[in-house]
Design a protein around this ligand. Sequence first.
Ligand code: SAM
Ligand code: SF4
Length: 334
Amino acid sequence: MNSPAPLVDQFQRRISYLRLSVTDRCDLRCSYCMPERMTFLPRKDVLSLEELHDLALGFIARGITKIRLTGGEPLVRRDMIELVRALGRKIGDGLEELTLTTNGTRLAEFAEDLFAAGMRRINVSLDTLDRETFTRLSRRDSLPQVLEGLAAAKAAGLKVKLNTVALKGVNEQEIPDIVAWAHGQGFDATLIEVMPLGEVEEDRIDHYLPLVAVQEDLARRWTMTPSDHRTGGPARYWDVAETGGRLGLITPLTNNFCEGCNRIRVTATGQLYACLGGNERVDLRAALRSEDPEVQLSEALDTAMRIKPERHHFAIDKPGAAPALARHMSMTGG
Ligand code: SAM
Ligand code: SF4
């Protein structure tokens, strides 16, 4: 896999960031993400460790410099740490950064191994610090494990960014406290708008909270200065004088964040989705399982560059509307 051509789409966006889902399974059932009775994929459909590794190397050969492992919950996959170790060896050799998005339930077990493998930054999703709200929202009583995991990550030397989905009537009142708590722990904090991905049991419009309103509320409370900090993702950042921390806002629905898009996503079955909010996709598993995987994979990546859309088309402001996309976030990876 030594084609040197970098990945550039038809809108001249250079694609350097891969979000790779290693499993669709999860030990939580966050109500905005998946239904309680979620159907998971048969294991044979999911890429093997070797396939994930070959795939990642194929991407690195085409100029991907940052890989984020996600899911589902990546740390519930048994051989996950082996993949982290193998990819960790590519850091400084094509790969600049290897990161992870996790719900934190198993971090206490893995934080040190992640650091030892070369990982330096992770995103941990946490929508509430209240145990009852956590249990209601994620349908599992796992807040203590997550807090333990966060402490272990910090102790291991991992830089943590806390991601919080802003949910009207659920954690709305708690947002300033979550941000202040995160900053007090030395974590960055990022707020995310809920997106219409996949069927869940409730109507997401009930909980849709536009972040412009949250931002206005926080700006009344705190001195917020726009920051030029960038992480290669879609967040825009503010420095908060009172907490001494950094706050990111990801507003896919109220702002167009597509212009500078540098990302592609691959599901645990090897489907490359050119856009989180679109159905344009290429089957990389077929390429990997073909007679000539290196060539087929590289050609598939060229196809992906041709079909990556200019922007996403989802909107959430239609009460009772079907989700913009049938697939769940846990499939494409957050
Ligand atoms: N299980 C891991 C976790 O929760 O961090 C990784 C996968 S999860 C799908 C990645 C991120 O997507 C989480 O921060 C989660 O809150 C977010 N997410 C899931 N469904 C979403 C939705 N419909 N709208 C916005 N964010 C969503
Ligand atoms: Fe699992 Fe993450 Fe989805 Fe919550 S957001 S159900 S932790 S995949």
